[in-house]
Design a protein around this ligand. Structure first.
Ligand SMILES: Cc1cc2nc3c(=O)[nH]c(=O)nc-3n(C[C@H](O)[C@H](O)[C@H](O)COP(=O)(O)O)c2cc1C
Length: 179
């Protein structure tokens, strides 16, 4: 199944006309997985992100790119830890929820989201996700209107699901398990 996301993602027209839109469209050709980044324990926050990548195996490090204007940006800086839940097929609704600007950013944010608290960070790990990574913030690099958060991996885990959720060309795509 695939559906058009542009409206739900709240992508405003780029201030400089077509240039930003063109870059977004070109980069959108790069198919990625979809994650929910979470941070915080008592009042956790979550945000959909596909700018997530493995960086180093030894030592184990990953990175996420977070918009400076996102609530998540300040949350990760304040907490110094974060978790990344890699979404499975069937979790498009969660990806949309954690990308939507109208969701509550208080104790109600996770009210309808099943999760368990990560063992190493206490941040929510979204139930049903394919896998997850818990991190301590190791470094922050300037990435223009985003910051690049480099995380030292504190813990990892895998769920039971094997069917992935991808994002390509502004659409979510479900990938069936291969045998
Ligand atoms: C598929 C998808 C991928 C996204 N990837 C990122 C990303 O990597 N980094 C980012 O800062 N925002 C990304 N966003 C946008 C954020 O999810 C969105 O702006 C969110 O509402 C920000 O939440 P916050 O301001 O409450 O922290 C993505 C949105 C979608 C739909």
């Amino acid at each position: 199944m695939s559906t058009d996301l542009r409206a739900a993602a709240g992508t405003a027209p780029a201030p400089n006309g077509g240039h930003h839109a063109e870059l977004r469209s070109v980069m959108g050709m790069f198919a990625t997985g979809v994650t929910v980044i979470t941070s915080g324990t008592d009042l956790p926050h979550g945000m959909t992100a596909n700018a997530f990548t493995s960086v180093s195996l030894d030592p184990a490090m990953v990175l996420v790119c977070v918009k400076r204007s996102a609530v998540m940006h300040g949350t990760i800086l304040a907490q110094g830890t974060f978790a990344v839940s890699i979404l499975a097929a069937g979790q498009e609704g969660l990806a949309r929820y954690f990308a939507h600007s109208s969701r509550p950013r208080d104790e109600r944010e996770f009210e309808t989201v099943p999760y368990h608290s990560g063992r190493h960070t206490g941040a929510p790990i979204v139930s049903g996700s394919l896998a997850w990574v818990e991190c301590r913030l190791a470094a922050v690099y300037d990435g223009g209107d985003h910051s690049i958060f480099l995380g030292s991996v504190l813990g990892i885990g895998r769920g039971d699901s094997r069917e992935a959720l991808l994002f390509h060309g502004g659409r979510f795509i479900e990938v069936p398990e291969r045998h």
